[in-house]
Write a protein that binds this ligand. Structure first.
Ligand SMILES: *[C@@H]1O[C@H](CO)[C@@H](O)[C@H](O)[C@H]1NC(C)=O
Ligand SMILES: *[C@@H]1O[C@H](CO)[C@@H](O)[C@H](O)[C@H]1NC(C)=O
Ligand SMILES: *[C@@H]1O[C@H](CO)[C@@H](O)[C@H](O)[C@H]1NC(C)=O
Ligand SMILES: *[C@@H]1O[C@H](CO)[C@@H](O)[C@H](O)[C@H]1NC(C)=O
Length: 195
């Protein structure tokens, strides 16, 4: 009888310990075990080229500012404060090397807008539409792009075709920059989910 009671007490103690440990762990995010990142399943490095429309280069331009509200002098605030508020839509050629004249393997299509007044910073949302012998499919990216930082990570949020339902990280760096005329981004894509 006494032994049974003792066993029961030990058992209850044990249950209490397990429950309280579990509660402690969930109440404090830091003590939660981090899942380890899988090995990358694919890496590719591509470049895209943005030729900004300046009012005279319609044939050559691949991106353009959109949205100038009536009464708001677009160039005034934007020009003064790191292009704040400017929204550009682009359809840029993608190449496998950093040469603007290399045959494109696809188009980078999407938009960026400048989202900070006190520094040069933007937000990117775009899709690589790839249609070459090497790659067929799309990869979609989104994220903050603090332009003045050398390497910026943005999210790879999905894909189709060769990149069906992929996810990962893309490290972006500015490979060339010619004022408000032209820039080239290097996109180093590391995928952690491939099918
Ligand atoms: C188009 O823009 C690119 C990048 O600025 C430049 O290298 C090229 O010479 C331009 N082509 C024409 C026809 O203006
Ligand atoms: C808009 O800003 C530009 C550049 O400062 C200036 O030249 C122009 O007169 C302004 N236009 C209006 C309507 O305020
Ligand atoms: C990809 O290229 C092929 C061959 O040029 C063309 O038939 C096909 O329509 C293209 N697909 C897309 C999605 O652009
Ligand atoms: C791309 O990223 C991978 C992994 O971080 C790195 O090993 C490789 O050197 C990078 N390539 C370029 C061209 O930056």
């Amino acid at each position: 009888m006494a032994i049974k009671k003792y066993n029961r007490a030990v058992h209850l103690c044990f249950v209490w310990l397990v429950v309280s440990t579990a509660l402690l762990q969930t109440s404090d995010g830091h003590s939660r075990k981090k899942r380890s990142l899988p090995q990358p399943c694919r890496n590719l490095v591509l470049y895209f080229h943005d030729v900004i429309y300046n009012g005279k280069n319609a044939d050559n331009a691949t991106s353009t500012l959109v949205g100038a509200p009536q009464g708001g002098n677009l160039t005034l605030l934007a020009g003064k404060d790191n292009h704040f508020g400017d929204l550009a839509v682009f359809d840029d050629p993608i190449t496998v090397d950093n040469n603007f004249h290399s045959p494109p393997v696809g188009r980078a299509q999407g938009f960026y807008f400048y989202d900070m007044k006190n520094t040069f910073s933007s937000w990117l949302g775009f899709t690589f539409v790839l249609n070459s012998t090497d790659y067929k499919g799309t990869i979609t990216f989104s994220g903050a792009d603090p332009i003045l930082t050398k390497h910026r990570d943005i999210s790879v949020v999905g894909g189709t075709g060769d990149f069906l339902m992929t996810r990962g990280i893309a490290t972006i760096s500015t490979d060339a920059y010619e004022g408000d005329v032209y820039f080239r981004l290097c996109v180093n894509i590391t995928l952690y989910e491939c099918y």
